[in-house]
Structure formats: C-alpha cells, structure tokens
Write a protein that binds this ligand. Structure first.
Ligand code: P5A
Length: 446
C-alpha cells in the first residue's frame, strides 16, 4: 500500500476523552472512530489488525478440530425464554421489537441459538463430540462503556460451543480450549494467564478467565509469580489426546492465580511472600463448563449406547477479538506509539523515502516495494511529500515492526537502513539484503 493512496487519519493531538494508552493510540493512529458510546467504526488500519487477530483465532480453532460457522446477531426472545435467561439477563441485553410486535434481541452470547441448532439435527451419541464456533459481533449494553474497544457495547467475540455425551468428554473439550487459547495468545505476542474466575450469567462451576497483566486492566488479580515463567512455546499437541491436554491444564493451573471474584486470602497467604502478586489484568477470554444448564431445559438430548435419551454436556468458550487489539497495544507500545508484534502487524514493513521525487530514491523504493510484495508480504510505502521527521513520527506511531529508510546518501553507497521498531536499532545493508532479512523474519527463519 502507498500511503498517498491510503486512509490514515492520524491525530496530532491526544484526544481528551481517551483515558488509557491503547485507546489514545488507536485514535491517534487512525484505527477507529467512535460512532456512539461504546460503538466504533474500524478504519482501514484498525480493520487490518482486527482481521489479523481474527485469522490467528480461526487457525488455532481449526487446528483444535472446531468447526467454523455463523449465527445471526438478531435473535428471537422466545429461545431465551426457554432457557430462562430472557428475564435473567437484565439491562445489559439490547431488546428490540420488530414491526409485528415480536420480541427480538441483539445477541450478547449464543448458547441458546446453538442449542436450538443442535437439538434440531443431532439425535445420537454417534454424532458426538461436536464443537462449533463463530466470530461474530455481540452487543452488551454496558452501564459504563469505556477504554475504547476494551469495554465496548458492540464488540467482536469468538464464541465456541461444545456438545459431548459425558461430563468427562466435556471436560476434555474444556481442557482442549485452554490449550488452544494458550497457543492463540502467544501467537499474538501476549502472555495470557488462565485464572480461576466466576461464571456470571453464562453459568456452571468450572471456569477460567485468561488475563493479560496490565496496569490499566479492569480486573484485580492475585497470583503466584511462578505462573508468569510458564510458556506454551512450540510444543506439539494432539488435541484428541485427553491426557496430553489435561497435563497442559494441570501445568498452567498449578500455581495460585485468581481474579478478585474467587480470591481466597487464606490460600494466597500460604504462598511465600516474595512470590505473592496483586496486580491488574485485561480479560481476553473465558472458558466454561456448565453441563446440562441449557441442554436440559431446551431438550438437547441424544440416545446413548444403551438406548437412553440423555441431555448433552456442554461448555462455551469466548475470546474478546476486538478487545484483543486494545490489549495488544497496552502490552506493546512505547512513548512514540504502538510496537506491533509481528504476528498481528497491519503491514509487515514500512518503506520511508527521504527524498520523494529524487529519481534514484524513488526507483529504490519502488524496487523494495515490488520485491516485498512479490514475496507475499504487505509493505506500507510512505511516498508522501513530507519532511523526514514527520514520516518517521507516523511510522513510529502506527508501529510497524520494521522500517526501511531510503535516502540519497545511503544509496550513493549502495545501502538502505533497516530499523527495528522494538529496539530502535538500525543496520545498513543493500536493498536486496533488507528484503531477504524481512522475508526470513516473517517466514520464521530469522
Ligand atoms: C463464552 C462464549 C461468554 O460470553 N458465551 C459464549 C461465553 N463469555 S464472556 O466471558 O462473557 O465473553 C467472552 C469474552 O468477550 C470479551 N468481552 C468484551 N470485549 C469487549 N467489550 C465488552 N463489553 C466485552 N465483554 C466481553 C472478553 O474478552 C470476554 O472474555
């Protein structure tokens, strides 16, 4: 993409309404624009990051054997009356009446609708296990929407639902989700710690929230510092192997880590004092096992091996896709702007032309642009007639991990400059070597 043809409405001033750094930077970098309280438009740059986050979520869900699908945002209230949640959900649910005076709602979550799909089509245990998921917009009429996309009213969620014959199988689905979530967040450059939490309006006793530690997080968390040493890394997992998934859950829940809702000071105080941590975290996901809470009242039953009709065991599993964009910025920024992890960056590299209109600079930039594009990467070429300082400031603000700077002096010596956004370190090399280096980084070879 050439910046001269892009829509990147960067702001010079820090917007007064934004209280936390991710919200400020998303507005300043022209990623989002508020449409009304807690509801945002995703401008081209923000939308690109949102899509990258979504893509990682999809890939890891599919790797775990879960089936993508899509359900509507507007649902009939009648289904929610069957589960008893229509009245129980309260003021957070956006209720809508259609022209025929039918009660509808904008989905805050989709346990009822997926259970309705399941009961219409599945009758035998032979069709289990089954896990389906979607990435779809949700609406919760939060009393205090704030912090930009972190606590929105309309937000994008990955919501998945498992159907199993037995509690044991459903707990395997729970463990499998925990494993796949660890992989998912690490690919985004985040450490998200599973913590024992409260299940709220979704229900059930077994639930973990995934928290990214950040001062601006909305949840207070209590943990044993040893938990932060754990990394999932690139271990191979067989998602059908119950024992393997269980072992990962055991490992990642082996140290005390709880949100304030389930915090138990008596247990916490047994941890050696130097390892006790009280901090804040951003909830980027939550997994639930709730047994037959929905299948029983809604009649989602299957015949088991002995011919008995039994309600299925279920769980649901959510990732805050739009919230993650803010959470990644909270974890990855400096005083000059965003510092995207390579896994989610909107463009792989920026090209800065220090002397637009200079024949050799323009030609070198075009060459870099073509070579990176031909290698399957997306560069952002700043081809505007701007001062070098302004071009650098924009690149720093939008946070691309790599910048290639092209100027007449370097080109005289046959070199361009490759700069890491994270470390600020620059290295001179030939344009070809710069392309090779960037290609190697993104193919995981560097
Ligand atoms: C699990 C999937 C559920 O709704 N039902 C389907 C279950 N879980 S949850 O914890 O309530 O939400 C899942 C994740 O969605 C994100 N989230 C939000 N993101 C932005 N703005 C909000 N107002 C908001 N509310 C929830 C969180 O990341 C949460 O973990």
């Amino acid at each position: 993409m050439r910046l001269s043809r892009y829509f990147l409405p960067v702001l010079k001033e820090t917007p007064a309404e934004a209280q936390i750094v991710s919200h400020r930077l998303m507005l300043r970098a022209g990623m989002i624009k508020q449409a009304s309280a807690g509801i945002y438009s995703w401008l081209p740059l923000g939308f690109k990051v949102l899509r990258r986050v979504e893509q990682i979520v999809h890939e890891e869900q599919i790797r775990a054997g879960h089936l993508p699908m899509l359900m509507p945002t507007i649902q009939s209230a009648d289904l929610w009356r069957e589960s008893g949640r229509y009245d129980a959900y309260g003021a957070e649910m956006l209720r809508i009446t259609d022209r025929h005076e039918r009660d509808m709602l904008f989905t805050p979550t989709a346990e009822e609708l997926i259970t309705d799909i399941f009961r219409a089509h599945v009758t035998s245990y032979r069709d289990l296990p089954l896990t389906m998921y979607q990435i779809q917009w949700k609406f919760r009429d939060e009393i205090r929407p704030r912090f930009g996309v972190m606590r929105g009213r309309e937000f994008l969620m990955k919501d998945g639902y498992n159907f199993d014959l037995t509690k044991e199988d459903a707990l395997h689905a729970y463990n499998r989700h925990l494993v796949s979530y660890l992989r998912t967040y690490e690919r985004m450059g985040l450490q998200a710690i599973p913590m024992r939490a409260d299940s709220g309006p979704i229900g059930g006793d077994d639930t973990h929230e995934f928290l990214v530690l950040a001062e601006t997080g909305e949840s207070e968390v209590f943990y044993d510092s040893e938990i932060t040493d754990l990394r999932f890394g690139d271990r191979e997992i067989d998602y059908d192997d119950h024992a393997q998934c269980r072992a990962v859950l055991d490992e990642f829940t082996s140290r005390y880590a709880r949100t304030d809702e389930t915090h138990d000071p008596a247990i916490f105080e047994q941890i050696p004092e130097e390892r006790r941590r009280v901090a804040r975290g951003i909830e980027v996901g939550q997994i639930f096992y709730f047994g037959t809470k929905y299948s029983e009242p809604m009649g989602a039953v299957v015949t088991d091996g002995e011919g008995n009709r039994v309600p299925v065991h279920m769980g649901s599993h959510g990732i805050g896709v739009s919230r993650l964009v803010g959470a990644i910025i909270e974890a990855c920024h400096d005083e000059n702007g965003i510092v995207w992890p390579e896994g989610v960056t909107p463009f792989h590299a920026g090209i800065v032309n220090l002397k637009q209109g200079d024949v050799s600079c323009d030609a070198a930039c075009e060459g870099l642009y073509k070579a990176l594009t031909a290698a399957g990467l997306e560069p952002l070429y700043d081809d505007r007639e701007e001062r070098a300082g302004a071009k650098f400031a924009t690149m720093d603000l939008i946070g691309l991990p790599w910048r290639i700077t092209v100027g007449p002096r370097g080109l005289g010596n046959g070199v361009v400059e490759l700069t890491s956004r994270k470390t600020g370190e620059s290295e001179e090399m030939s344009p070809e070597a710069a392309v090779d280096r960037i290609v190697a980084i993104y193919s995981g070879a560097a």
